[in-house]
Design a protein around this ligand. Structure first.
Ligand SMILES: Nc1nc2c(ncn2[C@@H]2O[C@H](COP(=O)(O)OP(=O)(O)OP(=O)(O)O)[C@@H](O)[C@H]2O)c(=O)[nH]1
Length: 504
């Protein structure tokens, strides 16, 4: 799915190469693709349609910033508009739980992750807000569900209401309220029974529980992977029981999170939290920026674009772009690329911003890879003469020795640097031929997991290899193209050439 989207956006970028103001035609062409991208990310059709219409009006006629392409600009406008829709007025993490004991009702379909989320949230309230929480399972159909909550409670150190066989959901809710009041709890959470589909019996039961508990918050738990159906679920639950917020689970999977946009647009209910795994600490406050990036399938590329813009002078970018297009790439260019990387937070910083690269970044950390490598390479270049920097072909044995000694390093380090330089120069040449649009497309492909470019995040062996490849030195030929295009197009163009996990 990611590949499709990146190709599609690549196509948009290819077409949008004119500078100046964004023409209606440019915007229309780009948005047509964005609409398909939204649908692929499981955003419902009417929502995608309305959204694109609103963005079209906003984007047409906007002046194009010199340092970005019109394609990038449209994507940024789309991205910002997504955030506008996704972000509610209030802080998503702030639940109304004053006036103890405050009841929180948890609702949702079976298997949506309701019980797990109940426990995760209880843990969060206990740890972060120092609340005394009582949890109760109202799932009278499945005794196993009640036991599951009790086990989770023990695990996280949160009390659960003792199980009494034969009670109805309403009776349990009453008992929970009583116990919470007598026991001096700040919050009590009611984990209702789920059904595979919405049915009347379920809704009647939840309504009856609601009437007894009068919840301060009614949180709808929805599986983030369900996509389109999420809207129906949200609409139904909201109409029947009244929902105050949504929790999207399984956002650690490869779902694109379009459900978030649809639910927010259709029901107007705020997304409060996202579940990011099975563990008890895998619950985070909803962040509109992250989901917007994810829906567009771009990780935090927009942030990367912005950061690159901040740290790189536009003229310098323009100058480098011209050099790259001519296939020119000497040691001075390499040095400024390495310095640029350091400014952007080093390898770790850049990786952290890439979709799905968080894990790899952690492994790099563990493997002891840090920015020393970058600094060493800069030191080597500093130890070269002006002539050598302009023309690295001059570097024969004796010069290499002198350069290594000057930086206090081994000759092998110089060789690694030269190898990396050669690979990057080759890539620049190739990219130069492709033109701006082509470069971007190439970059996107690389970043979004074009075949072989990134390790499979679920394959520990591939991840380990990738970390090793990185550790053995960016110099050992990371596939050659560290932040290749950073200069020219404000995107780490060369990342496609990183060759993560790929033996060269
Ligand atoms: N990967 C991942 N798994 C999750 C997440 N939230 C819940 N799960 C898993 O999803 C499965 C179902 O979760 P439950 O909490 O039992 O679902 P439920 O909605 O309470 O189901 P019923 O009790 O049958 O109604 C469990 O194996 C959870 O560990 C999440 O955010 N990410």
């Amino acid at each position: 799915m990611f590949e499709n989207l990146s190709e599609r956006l690549g196509g948009v970028f290819d077409r949008l190469t004119k500078q100046g103001a964004l023409s209606a035609e440019d915007v229309k062409a780009a948005l047509r693709e964005v609409r398909v991208a939204l649908l692929e990310a499981d955003v419902s059709l009417p929502v995608a349609r309305d959204f694109v219409k609103a963005v079209e009006a906003k984007a047409t006629g906007q002046a194009v910033t010199k340092s970005v392409t019109p394609g990038q600009q449209v994507v940024k406008i789309v991205h910002d508009a997504l955030i506008d829709v996704l972000r509610g007025a209030e802080d998503p993490g702030a639940l109304k739980i004053d006036n103890p004991p405050a009841p929180i009702l948890m609702v949702g379909l079976q298997g949506s992750g309701k019980t797990t989320t109940t426990a995760k949230l209880a843990r969060r309230l206990k740890e972060r807000e120092k609340k005394r929480v009582l949890m109760a399972s109202l799932d009278t159909n499945r005794p196993a569900a009640m036991e599951q909550l009790a086990i989770l409670g023990t695990q996280i150190g949160v009390d659960t209401l003792p199980i009494v066989k034969g009670e109805s959901a309403v009776q349990i809710a009453r008992r929970a309220k009583q116990q919470a009041t007598l026991g001096g709890y700040d919050v009590y959470m009611l984990d209702t029974a789920g059904r595979l589909h919405i049915d009347e019996v379920l809704m009647d039961e939840v309504q009856a529980v609601r009437d007894v508990a009068k919840p301060r918050e009614t949180l709808l738990v929805v599986d983030g992977l369900t996509g389109q159906d999420a809207v129906n679920v949200a609409t139904e639950f909201d109409a029947k029981v009244g929902v105050t917020g949504v929790v999207l689970t399984r956002m650690d999977g490869d779902g694109r999170g379009g459900a978030a946009l649809s639910m927010r647009a259709v029901t107007g209910k705020p997304i409060r939290f996202v579940g990011l795994g099975e563990k008890m600490d895998a619950l985070e406050t909803f962040e509109a920026e992250r989901i917007a990036g994810r829906i567009l399938g771009m990780g935090d590329i927009v942030a990367l674009v912005e950061k690159a813009q901040e740290t790189l002078e536009a003229e310098q970018a323009e100058r480098m772009m011209k050099r790259f297009q001519k296939g020119l790439f000497n040691m001075n260019d390499l040095k400024s690329q390495l310095e640029q990387m350091l400014k952007m937070g080093g390898m770790q910083g850049i990786m952290g911003m890439m979709p799905g690269m968080g894990k790899l970044s952690k492994q790099m950390d563990e493997a002891g890879f840090d920015d020393t490598v970058l600094r060493r390479q800069i030191a080597l270049i500093n130890s070269m003469t002006k002539k050598e920097r302009a023309n690295p072909d001059l570097l024969q044995a004796s010069r290499k020795k002198r350069i290594a000694a000057g930086a206090g390093l081994e000759v092998s380090e110089v060789n690694k640097l030269l190898k990396m330089h050669r690979q990057m120069a080759d890539m620049m040449k190739k990219m130069g031929k492709m033109g701006k649009g082509g470069m971007l497309k190439q970059a996107m492909k690389g970043m979004m997991g074009g075949k072989g470019a990134m390790p499979d995040m679920n394959d520990p062996k591939a991840m380990e290899e990738a970390a090793k490849a990185l550790k053995s030195g960016i110099g050992a030929g990371m596939g050659g193209g560290l932040p290749g295009g950073l200069g020219g197009m404000n995107l780490p163009g060369g990342l496609s050439g990183l060759g993560f996990g790929k033996k060269k």
